[in-house]
Design a protein around this ligand. Structure first.
Ligand SMILES: [Zn+2]
Length: 602
């Protein structure tokens, strides 16, 4: 299978365990601070150093979970993570299950200082769309981004034993982390907008790591069912993934379709902290730190100067996107892409006097672009690619722009043009290309691909593009680029249309013809550092066409782990197995050394 081929390449390159399961370490050191049973009702009344001893009763478990929840809210007050929500409205199909029929997209920056508010990164919608959204927002609060950011915490003000009743269900492992499973219901007369559902409390520091349910009462369907997963990173359990789902229902005058939504949060580590770390890690052998003593190449020709100017413009844009939390720091996934790029260059016998680099945009909409010598692919695009050949095709198009010398706008070589608040970035930075350059790049890309090791797989690539074109009317926001050019269009097949001619007929109802994968199929993200890792899943058999789920939203199931000392990757969205969380042997001792580097202590 092609998908396995992609993962095999990855294994070749990434020696050692990317995602080690940390063995049980020594028992917690006892800090000797007495446990207070009642942590108080106010947010400021928080026990900062809870006891390292095990809770002695269920009531103590709940009180310490309440305390941990308050501690988390306080530590997140000065954070401004990026929040992205992608919604699909679906219609039922007897063979294909829940097929998307429309979609919505939100991208913004959260400010947790004054409650949970978000500032949109997206340009204001067109008038026609705005009306539709106002209507939708009136009747279903979930259809504005705020509805989703509300789902980060169980109850910001009153999560305690006075407002809720708690019932112990069982103990259970979520990945490597042993948890208490507890059902939560609003206490009698607790008031409106209270949470009812199930929570998972990890049994070392008593943090809530997963919760699912609905806010109540919801007589007018104003609240939807959701599940929030937290990931242990940056010394905290950070809200990172939220899945929402609601079946068809009627709400006042508006009939709302069944919907599924994924919300992702990242960039909790502030850009300033990243910069400080980079400065600390700086070593003497950085290129600009090495003085060139030969007199042969002391000066720059006008052409060389222009090339350097272009590269400065590109680097400025990339740095700005990094500061805004929209691009991943350099990492292993980039190297996989660069290996494929190198394959393309070598087989096409193209010699360049610079290195072509690859970086990943952290967002979901499917897009690719090139900034001078750096190729950017979105996480969402990589996630839905069915095989390595499709990855090569997407890269080949951008590589063609580079090989053909298509230049970028150099106005960003003046860094002051990038001085604005983060939410303005998508309005200020647009790097799309004109039709002529797009057509030329497609032609060149196909020439490169036909000489490449992927040449026999090109019909399958055509199949992916055909599927994209087929679905483009149902997922307009998934294919609408944030920064660059469209990959597909409902009216005409856009990107690499030449490959589609060779593709076999699209068989939506054939369970074995895989044209595109569900969202989130390849990459997991650390919500603190934005580091990306490839997920490792076992092959799962597909029994019916509905198991293919191209471009579709699936629930999140995370293999939770405790953060290691260096703060590496910590969770796997297991998109292939949306049915049950893996439960390892309860014999595993889940005690791990205390977090080495707690951050954000006020
Ligand atoms: Zn292009």
């Amino acid at each position: 299978m092609q998908q396995i081929a992609l993962l095999a390449t990855v294994r070749l390159i990434l020696t050692g365990a990317l995602f080690a399961l940390w063995p049980a370490l020594a028992q917690n050191e006892v800090k000797g601070i007495p446990t207070t049973v009642d942590p108080g009702k106010e947010l400021d009344h928080i026990i900062d150093h809870p006891s390292a001893e095990q809770a002695k009763s269920f009531e103590e478990v709940i009180d310490r979970a309440v305390n941990s929840e308050r501690m988390l809210m306080r530590r997140l007050r000065d954070k401004s993570p990026v929040i992205e929500t992608y919604i699909q409205e679906t219609k039922g199909d007897p063979d294909l299950g829940f097929v998307p029929k429309d979609d919505f997209y939100f991208l913004g920056q959260l400010n947790m200082r004054d409650g949970v508010v978000d500032m949109s990164y997206l340009p204001p919608r067109s008038k026609v769309k705005a009306v539709a959204h106002t209507l939708a927002a009136l009747f279903t609060t979930e259809y504005n981004s705020h509805g989703f950011s509300d789902q980060l915490f169980i109850d910001v003000n009153d999560f305690d034993r006075a407002h809720y009743s708690f019932e112990y269900i069982r103990r259970e492992f979520l990945g490597d982390v042993r948890c208490f499973v507890v059902d939560v219901a609003p206490a009698e007369g607790a008031g409106k907008r209270r949470f009812k559902g199930r929570i998972w409390i990890e049994d070392r520091d008593y943090n809530i790591v997963r919760f699912q349910g609905q806010y109540q009462p919801s007589n007018y369907h104003e609240h939807i069912h959701f599940e929030c997963w937290r990931v242990n990173s940056g010394g905290m359990w950070l809200p990172a993934y939220i899945y929402s789902q609601e079946e068809e229902y009627r709400s006042a005058l508006v009939r709302t379709a069944a919907m599924r939504a994924q919300t992702r949060l990242w960039a909790y580590e502030r850009a300033r902290e990243k910069t400080d770390e980079a400065f600390t890690n700086m070593t003497v052998d950085v290129p600009q730190g090495v003085k060139d003593d030969s007199d042969a190449a002391a000066d720059y020709s006008p052409l060389q100067s222009y090339r350097m100017w272009e590269e400065e413009a590109a680097q400025n844009v990339i740095d700005r996107l990094l500061r805004a939390g929209l691009i991943a720091p350099p990492g292993e996934v980039d190297q996989v892409l660069e290996t494929v790029l190198n394959n393309l260059l070598v087989s096409a016998n193209i010699n360049l006097d610079f290195k072509v680099k690859a970086r990943i945009l952290l967002t979901t909409p499917l897009e690719s672009m090139s900034l001078n010598h750096t190729i950017l692919l979105s996480r969402g695009l990589i996630d839905v690619l069915p095989d390595e050949a499709s990855l090569a095709a997407v890269l080949a198009h951008e590589l063609a722009h580079i090989v053909l010398g298509h230049s970028m706008n150099t106005k960003f070589a003046f860094e002051d043009r990038l001085l604005f608040d983060d939410p303005a970035i998508l309005r200020r930075v647009q790097v799309g290309r004109d039709r002529q350059e797009e057509a030329a790049a497609d032609e060149k890309a196909i020439e490169i691909l036909k000489k490449s090791p992927y040449k026999d797989s090109l019909p399958k690539v055509g199949l992916f593009l055909r599927m994209l074109s087929e679905r483009s009317e149902q997922v307009p926001h998934l294919i609408k680029p944030l920064l660059g050019n469209r990959m597909s269009d409902s009216k005409k097949d856009l990107r690499l249309a030449g490959l589609m001619d060779q593709a076999p007929t699209l068989e939506l109802r054939d369970k074995d013809q895989i044209s595109a994968l569900p969202l989130g199929s390849h990459i997991k993200m650390d919500p603190w550092s934005d580091q990306l890792h490839l997920i490792k899943t076992t092959a799962t058999q597909r029994y019916a066409a509905r198991d293919k789920m191209p471009f579709q939203i699936t629930p999140f199931m995370l293999h939770l782990t405790r953060e290691d000392k260096s703060g590496g990757g910590s969770a796997t969205p297991a998109t292939d197995t949306p049915t049950a969380a893996p439960v390892p042997s309860p014999a595993t001792n889940s005690s791990v050394a205390p977090n080495a580097n707690p951050v954000g202590q006020p």
